[in-house]
Ligand binder design. Structure first.
Ligand code: SF4
Length: 447
């Protein structure tokens, strides 16, 4: 079996859907308009997993377009990927992690994909020059891991993947390399039919520095003999496997399904890593996102059915400001914690918001009013250092500045008086003042 021939047999047209002849002309027209915006592709293997007699089949829901995708509420970039892009195809949001988008194609397009803005479409967001990305990673010694993502990287030839792995493996400050792929789930032929790929992964997963593969199983029915065989080939090559599930309405939104999925994953050698709150992406939010209350209830009830290794995952939302762990609800408040943060000062920060019924994203929650009295407030003011005169950096009364940049980020050095001798710093103004006194910050900075 040649995996490329198999890939060509994917279903891409509305007329190829088994129930096409049952569609009304209006439904067909609307479905076409959905597919015109965001292409459909379903591998023959994944088609065979769908129960076409069940109108609510969860696997079908994940890959077959629906008129509900005409709903445009949400955004196409919910995690701030564009603002994290340092050069075409390379994102650097968290200090330790670089992400490279090596392709915009996948063997099967998931209808809930958070990169809907680019998968299967013309885009300039994917990598143009790998050499530039590798150089950037080499020059940023704070980067300890690289995630090769897309689209699905395994849709590329083994020769191209070899080029990536060879170059990245030679960067000494990388602790490990990760590849994000759904091929074991949607197109296991890619792994089963290409011995060269498995040999390549084995070569770049030595015992001193293992290669990691992030997979995405969302439903227990995706754990089949074929996907299990593909996973066995990867684990046999010494690759470490982690799973990221997306919590999806109509797919895995009940505790028993989520628990069965995680039991199955551990059984075949995959470590549960994250359960993601579905992002409020345009054409996705209405169809797939669950409110926090419901999501938390499902996750907690599923955890109650699981043993320790099966419930190692965190329930998180990948927000613009960072990866926010969704911890729990008490009364009308929801408790959250920054697991990863764009602003390193937020790392590990526990915070709460007032729960708004139906809310499914951080921006939809209400801030809890600050207690009256004196509290320390922080305001971020981004200025290149040379525009700040030395005296403005001196502590004055209850005001002081904290200085943070690539050089001092780790130590959190407070900058009091002396000017830094380098550029592109971020200055933070702290003030012990009441919330309503915050304007004094800007007077301080500008005056
Ligand atoms: S395989 Fe991944 S990148 Fe491709 S459509 Fe699915 S979720 Fe998106």
């Amino acid at each position: 079996m040649n995996w490329r021939d198999e890939l060509q047999k994917g279903i891409c047209e509305v007329e190829q859907l088994p129930y096409h002849t049952d569609l009304s002309s209006k439904d067909e027209r609307q479905l076409r308009s959905v597919v015109d915006k965001h292409p459909m592709r379903i591998s023959p293997y994944y088609m065979s997993l769908i129960d076409w007699n069940d109108p609510f089949d969860p696997l079908k829901r994940m890959v077959v377009p629906d008129v509900e995708e005409l709903d445009l509420s949400g955004s196409y970039d919910t995690s701030g990927e564009l603002e994290s892009t340092k050069l075409s195809g390379l994102q650097h949001k968290y200090a330790q992690t670089a992400l490279i988008l090596v392709t915009n194609r996948c063997p099967t397009y998931c209808r809930y994909c958070f990169r809907k803005r680019l998968v299967g479409l013309e885009t300039e967001e994917v990598l143009q020059r790998f050499a530039d990305a590798a150089k950037y990673i080499e020059q940023h010694r704070e980067i300890t891991n690289v995630l090769i993502s897309g689209g699905d990287p395994f849709i590329l030839s083994t020769r191209v993947l070899q080029r990536f792995l060879r170059r990245l493996s030679n960067i000494p400050h990388l602790n490990f390399i990760r590849i994000g792929t759904k091929t074991p789930v949607t197109f296991p032929e890619r792994i089963l039919a290409d011995r060269d790929l498995v040999a390549l992964l084995r070569k770049y997963s030595p015992r001193q520095r293992r290669l990691y593969v992030d997979v995405q199983f969302n439903h227990p029915r995706e754990i089949t003999d074929r996907s299990t065989d593909a996973i066995a080939r990867l684990t046999g090559a010494g690759v470490r496997l982690m799973n990221q599930t997306v919590l999806l309405k109509g797919v895995n939104d009940d505790p028993a399904t989520l628990a069965e999925l995680h039991k199955g994953l551990v059984r075949i050698g995959i470590s549960p890593f994250y359960v993601f709150q579905c992002r409020p992406v345009k054409r996705v939010k209405r169809r797939f996102q669950l409110p926090f209350e419901q999501g938390l209830q499902i996750v907690e009830r599923a955890k109650a059915m699981l043993d320790g290794p099966s419930k190692r995952f965190r329930f998180v939302m990948s927000h613009r400001s960072g990866k926010v762990e969704i911890l729990g609800i008490a009364g009308d408040e929801i408790f959250l914690k920054y697991h990863q943060a764009r602003d390193p000062n937020n790392l590990g920060r526990l915070f709460k918001r007032k729960l708004v019924p139906g809310a499914g994203w951080l921006d939809e929650l209400q801030r809890v009013p600050a207690a009256s009295g004196k509290t320390r407030q922080k305001k971020e003011v981004r200025l290149p250092c040379p525009t700040v005169s030395p005296h403005s950096c001196e502590p004055r009364g209850e005001l002081f500045l904290a200085h943070e940049c690539d050089r001092f980020r780790a130590s959190g050095v407070h900058h009091k008086g002396e000017m830094p001798d380098h550029y592109n710093c971020t200055l933070f103004v702290y003030t012990k003042s009441r919330v309503e006194d915050q304007k004094s910050d800007s007077r301080y900075m500008t005056g």
